[in-house]
Write a protein that binds this ligand. Structure first.
Ligand SMILES: [Zn+2]
Length: 130
């Protein structure tokens, strides 16, 4: 868990948040033991902004590593921040029971949750089948 938080904290330095100044780093741990990091990437067209968690998940998946076990989110905030609804849904696609670790950048506060507690009823792909 410490390794994952540290990876997210290290990634946070690369956050691209010139508009909100709210820098976030994320790190995904997969069953293979690999860690993939991400940062929030903002855009002048605000709606195009992507959260750190989704960047990290997409990096893992694009490397063919889909078995997500845990996601750490580190933000420069007084209290740990939880993944937004969109990120919860994206993580749930790969593991609805993923461990979610939320921490402040200074490591003062750490909260751990099961994704199921944050998103009890994710939209399921099998709903699309005829
Ligand atoms: Zn998000």
């Amino acid at each position: 868990m410490e390794r994952l938080i540290e990876a997210a904290r290290e990634a946070l330095k690369n956050a691209y948040a010139p508009y909100s100044k709210f820098r976030v780093g994320a790190a995904v741990l997969t069953r293979s033991g690999k860690i993939y990091t991400g940062v929030n990437v903002e855009n002048a067209s605000f709606g195009l902004t992507v959260c750190a968690e989704r960047v990290a998940v997409f990096k893992a998946v694009s490397e063919g590593d889909k078995e997500i076990e845990a996601v750490a989110v580190v933000a420069e905030s007084d209290e740990p921040v939880a993944p937004c609804g969109a990120c919860r849904q994206v993580i749930a696609e790969f593991n609805p029971n993923a461990t979610i670790i939320m921490a402040t950048a200074d490591g003062r506060r750490v909260v751990t949750a099961n994704l199921k507690d944050l998103l009890p009823s994710p939209f399921r792909g099998d709903a699309l089948k005829p």
